[in-house]
Write a protein that binds this ligand. Structure first.
Ligand SMILES: *Cc1c(COP(=O)(O)O)cnc(C)c1O
Length: 467
């Protein structure tokens, strides 16, 4: 399997060659030259598989330059009941016949990003050891992605993590999750500022190409191809869990921000999984909904801060992968469209033949507001006794709008309610439940470095502590 750039300017590369990187060398996103297809017999054989077997079966089609025995060992070591609190890894909860929640948030940081990030940690360690190399991961977080990255990379050989977070701006639970890590390869840098200051520092360091190369600076952002492939697996797992045979169709509702999760669903569908609809749910940051309704993609000058903060984006970084497929995999068209986006503009496919193809890819969309979130959390708790987090509630609300009789609807649970206690209190007037092993995490000793919002100071710190 070779990987190309969505903009056509990168020589073909293998899976491990793109594993540690971010953007393709021409500024596009890396993409498989063709999606592997599962035929009837293969799907029939996969139906009986547990998570680890299924993960190996799917991921080996993409990571075919890792020897099968090595990949199997990595997958088996990643997807364990010890890490995901359940041997099903991503169990399905049925609310009523035909209406299901796919639990993706039983990992260490109680959000779906753990599913891919835990695999990435083990893949990184494997690839670095093989090449006798090291990496210093630099990132900025407002809470969620950063903690998933830290829990995936803690204790890994050849990897150090420098994670910037805004001092005093995260919830006590999120702060405790990150700052209580005592692993010597994890560095929490609490910046006196807001999240945007942290992000600006990371951008400034990454734009210093000489510094970046000299100090082996890397990232684990949501455009990482391996993360997307790891997410393909649970669409298969959920499909087999709610159907009896492979002629049935199901629909998935996906709380979306950077389009990574639903992009994995799109890939699963292209691989032959019988998915009817992929329902893209956004919050007040509705750039994706606007596209799927009108054909216009208009990244916004500003981002709304909402009660589903992990979907607060103004630009959807993985969306370019879908558009590549939508325009018939023609990199010249993608390049032209993103020249407009990268220049601060937008594009409109409404009057092109491409937009008419959106339906063929099963994509539909909708928006959920703060009031919808509260009402949905209340309704699902009263009706089914199940507590949804704010992001999952957005997906649930939009999912129901597109539900069809006779087609099972699977709503992806992207985080647990425990992470968003303020909104849960507002919706339900009570505290969210929390996994037993995380009760009292706020009382653990914390390890973090407080720094001014100063690029040079951060660079000095990285140099002094880097791998
Ligand atoms: C990251 C995240 C999302 C959005 O996922 P994308 O892959 O960026 O679309 C939704 N919900 C939660 C809880 C998240 O952490």
């Amino acid at each position: 399997m070779k990987y190309l750039s969505t903009r056509g300017g990168m020589p073909p590369k293998s899976f491990t060659e793109i594993l540690l990187g971010g953007l393709a060398t021409d500024g596009g996103l890396t993409i498989a030259e063709a999606y592997p297809k599962f035929g009837k017999e293969e799907l029939a054989a996969m139906r009986g598989m547990g998570y680890r077997e299924l993960a190996f079966e799917v991921i080996r089609r993409f990571a075919d330059d890792i020897p099968a025995a090595d990949l199997k060992a990595i997958v088996d070591k990643t997807y364990t009941a010890a890490v995901f609190r359940n041997d099903e890894i991503t169990p399905v909860k049925t609310l009523e016949p035909g209406l299901h929640i796919l639990e993706l948030s039983n990992g260490p940081t109680l959000a779906f990003k753990d599913v891919a990030m835990q695999l990435l940690g083990n893949l990184f360690e494997y690839a670095l050891a093989r090449d006798n190399a090291e990496i210093n991961i630099l990132g900025a977080t407002s809470g969620d992605t950063g903690s998933a990255a830290e829990y995936a990379m803690r204790g890994k050989r050849g990897i150090k993590v420098f994670m910037l977070s805004p001092l005093g701006k995260m919830s006590p639970f999120q702060t405790a999750q990150m700052y209580s890590l005592q692993d010597p390869n994890i560095f929490n840098i609490a910046v006196k500022g807001v999240f945007d200051d942290c992000q600006d520092i990371v951008k400034a360091v990454s734009n210093d190409l000489d510094f970046k190369a000299r100090h082996k600076i890397g990232a684990v952002n949501s455009i990482n191809w391996a993360r997307v492939t790891a997410q393909v697996v649970y669409y298969f797992k959920a499909y087999f869990a709610v159907t009896k045979n492979n002629d049935e169709e199901v629909s998935f509702s996906v709380p979306s921000g950077n389009f990574g999760n639903v992009c994995a669903g799109h890939i699963a569908r292209q691989m032959g999984l019988p998915i009817k609809k992929l329902i893209v749910a956004t919050n007040e940051n509705d750039v994706l909904d606007e596209f799927f309704r009108t054909g216009a993609y208009r990244p916004r000058p500003e981002t709304h801060h909402t009660s589903s903060p992990s979907m607060d984006i103004s630009k959807a970084s993985n969306f370019e992968r879908f558009v590549y497929d939508l325009v018939g995999r023609d990199p010249a068209i993608v390049k032209e469209l993103w020249q407009q986006v990268d220049g601060g503009g937008s594009f409109d496919l409404a009057k092109t033949p491409y937009f008419a193809q959106v339906g063929k890819f099963g994509m539909v969309s909708g928006v959920s507001s703060h009031a919808d979130r509260l009402a949905t959390i209340r309704k699902v708790y009263e009706q089914y006794g199940v507590m949804l987090d704010t992001h999952t509630a957005d997906g649930f609300k939009v999912g129901l709008e597109h539900r069809e009789a006779g087609v099972p609807l699977i709503c992806l649970e992207t985080a647990l309610a425990a992470k968003f206690d303020e909104t849960i209190r507002a919706a339900l007037g009570r505290e969210p439940e929390r996994p037993a092993d995380l009760v009292g995490i706020e009382d653990l000793p914390q390890r973090f470095e407080v720094m001014d919002s100063d690029v040079e100071a951060v660079k000095r710190f990285v140099v002094a502590h880097s791998a």
